[in-house]
Design a protein around this ligand. Structure first.
Ligand SMILES: Cc1cc2nc3c(=O)[nH]c(=O)nc-3n(C[C@H](O)[C@H](O)[C@H](O)COP(=O)(O)OP(=O)(O)OC[C@H]3O[C@@H](n4cnc5c(N)ncnc54)[C@H](O)[C@@H]3O)c2cc1C
Length: 435
């Protein structure tokens, strides 16, 4: 009998481990390269595969939340990571939290026991594979691998920091207060929150005294002037924001007929118009503080956030236009990306992108057609996000219902999560039945 086909996977984190598991299930041999313990990233500490670098929580289990739905999809798809979570679960209310040692040991042992998986403890620096390969080297990818990716994708296509602005759900904005306009009457693309001088004073005071997320040692304030966090700008002086992201010039509030003292602009984030981002409002405020401070803005008093702002080190490629919906490079179809480096954010989002890259690399090696999950599923919605060339300011995202195709008709807010989840699981079953 001839040996089964071979694929290579670089990185034994959540995505690489999931990719390796799925690929061997598809009947290929896997060579999994992991640089630990020869070399550790600044956040990794354990020689085990599937290490959780920070929180031990995999977030909510609620079946009508987007992350709960993603968990159910991964379970249905035979995920190794979800199997490890079930085996190492610790009590955490409605969240799924794990004993990180037991979790990583489960993953490491499961892969080590597979006769078709070879684990090679070695750093990979180049992309010179002759077989299909998955790169899943994560947000702290080594410099040499980042350089190889940059050579492949072009300098502008690889990012090293997230400077993320918060995103709000459109239906949580008070449309009686915000007004629609672009600067100098050049259209009506933006929603604008108008501030009086008193509003600005209150906001400025809250912003400059709010608590910040601590930086890790390897993240010491290397902010770029072009995307400074708002609190850093505010600390430079009372007026600074008025000449930066809160400048009011060229905007007339139709409710007062005057230019407001300050303005926060909201830009449409997705085609369906369900999400709006706060332009230039990248921030490192603690999450609770962000909600409190941003809800002081007129029109955002009841804002619900699809994503909160953050600034942290994160290597990821500008996937739209580079990656296909199968997670391989359009220009180099044998090379797949998995995990956070594709431009998703979070443990399970990364796992999901590992699942798909591993399955497809194996299918390519076996000369089978490649797969892409339906966009109605959580996994498909993530793929859609990272391959959507219409997004102007591509930034990594956690899974959220704003990434899903809109539900038909008007569904009351209370039942919306359940409706998205039901549609997703039905689409997943139909997809699996077709395969
Ligand atoms: C400091 C920090 C804190 C975070 N906290 C959270 C959190 O609390 N919750 C959350 O959901 N997400 C968090 N994230 C995001 C989290 O990293 C990802 O969600 C997830 O771990 C990414 O999975 P991955 O498999 O893509 O990468 P990783 O899990 O980082 O795995 C990448 C693997 O590749 C290996 N590697 C790297 N370069 C090479 C190379 N050249 N050759 C061989 N091997 C290599 C690394 O050693 C590592 O084992 C955090 C990220 C960071 C950096």
């Amino acid at each position: 009998m001839t040996n089964p086909a071979l694929i290579n996977i670089v990185g034994g984190g959540l995505a690489g481990a999931e990719a390796a598991w799925q690929a061997q299930r598809q009947g290929v041999r896997v060579c999994l390269f992991e640089m630990k313990p020869e070399r550790f990233s600044p956040a990794h500490q354990s020689p085990l595969l599937g290490e959780l670098v920070c929180s031990n929580s995999l977030r909510s289990e609620a079946p009508d939340s987007a992350i709960g739905l993603l968990k159910n999809e991964l379970r249905r798809l035979g995920s190794l990571i979800m199997g490890a979570a079930a085996a190492s679960r610790v009590p955490a209310g409605k969240a799924l939290a794990v004993d990180r040692q037991a979790f990583a040991r489960f993953i490491t042992e499961a892969l080590a026991e597979q006769p078709d998986v070879e684990i090679v403890r070695q750093e990979v620096t180049a992309l010179n594979f002759s077989e299909p390969a998955v790169i899943a080297t994560g947000p702290l990818t080594t410099d040499s691998m980042a350089e190889s990716l940059r050579e492949l994708t072009g300098r502008e296509q690889l990012h090293f920091y997230d400077a993320i602005s918060p995103i709000v759900f459109a239906d949580s904005i008070n449309h009686d207060i915000v007004f629609r306009a672009s600067r100098y009457g050049a259209g009506d693309d933006y929603l604008n929150c108008p501030l009086t001088e008193a509003d600005y004073q209150t906001f400025y005071q809250a912003l400059t005294t709010a608590e910040l997320m601590p930086l890790r040692t390897f993240e010491e304030a290397r902010f770029f002037e072009g995307c400074l966090p708002i609190e850093v700008m505010a600390a430079r002086g009372y007026q600074t924001l008025l000449f930066g992201p809160m400048k009011p010039v060229g905007l007339m509030d139709p409710h007062t007929g005057r230019q407001p003292f300050a303005v926060v602009q909201l830009r449409q984030e997705n085609r369906e118009g369900e999400l709006y981002n706060l332009v230039g409002f990248q921030t490192r405020l603690k999450y609770g503080e962000q909600r409190r401070v941003l809800r002081l803005l007129p029109g955002l008093e009841q804002a619900e956030f699809a994503r909160l702002g953050s600034v942290h080190r994160n290597t990821f490629i500008h996937s739209p236009g580079l990656l296909t919906r199968f997670l391989n490079f359009a220009a180099r179809p044998q090379l797949f990306l998995g995990g956070q480096i594709t431009g998703v954010e979070g443990y399970l989002e990364s796992t999901a992108m590992g699942w798909l890259a591993g399955v497809n690399a194996a299918r390519l090696a076996r000369q089978q057609p490649l797969l892409s999950p339906p966009p109605e599923t959580a996994m498909g919605a993530l793929v859609r996000h990272i391959t959507n060339t219409e997004v102007r300011d591509f930034q990594p995202m956690n899974v959220n219902f704003g990434l899903f195709p809109a539900l038909p008709g008007r569904v009351p807010k209370k039942g919306r999560g359940a409706a998205y989840a039901q549609r997703a699981l039905e689409a997943l079953e139909a997809w699996l039945a077709r395969l």
